[in-house]
Design a protein around this ligand. Structure first.
Ligand code: PNS
Length: 163
């Protein structure tokens, strides 16, 4: 049973994330999408909302589960008995950060491999930050995020407007 963990802040899930999940689910027996509870940057959505958005986006992937984690990623991966961490690569600009993170994790846990999956070229420019910006300014995010995520973005804009 090959288990892989796909960690991230998913604030919110984009079609790029979904593309990576679908690719990973064809390579591994089980994928645990692990939502970090407290990322370095304060997230727009709570971890419960970020998990709910993911759960609503992956019902078609039988071997995908959504969980949350806190603390060191490698400790969580060990606890889950997973052999790999999956990360998505969009453009060369992602490489530096991903390279550092993969080698830092390898230093702490040499038995865990980081596997990079390239997103489809249609999503190579897509980021959660731009999605939040576009939605916050009333732009159209259809085609950029899974359907269920649109409602969360709309609600978040309404809440902001009320403040
Ligand atoms: O979606 P993101 O924000 O690029 O995901 C980053 C994440 C959550 C994978 C990374 O910050 C992480 O693994 N954090 C947990 C803390 C940790 O293990 N840090 C050491 C590895 S560099």
């Amino acid at each position: 049973m090959k288990i892989a963990v796909y960690p991230g802040s998913f604030d919110p899930t984009t079609n790029g994330h979904l593309d990576v999940i679908e690719r990973a689910s064809r390579l591994f027996d089980r994928i645990i999408v692990a939502v970090i509870k407290n990322p370095e940057k304060t997230p727009r959505f709570s971890f419960k909302e970020r998990m709910a958005m993911l759960e609503a986006s992956v019902p078609h992937c039988d071997n995908v589960e959504v969980e949350s984690f806190d603390g060191l990623l490698v400790e969580y991966v060990r606890q889950k008995k997973a052999c790999a961490v999956v990360r998505g690569l969009r453009a060369v600009s992602d490489f530096d950060y991903e390279f550092q993170m993969a080698l830092t994790n390898r230093r702490m846990a040499p038995e865990i491999e980081t596997v990079f999956l390239m997103t489809d070229y249609r999503y190579s420019y897509l980021s959660s930050s731009f999605v939040k910006q576009i939605a916050g300014l009333g732009g159209d995010v259809s085609g950029l995020v899974p359907g269920p995520v649109t409602a969360y973005l709309k609600r978040s804009r309404q809440k902001k407007g009320e403040r």
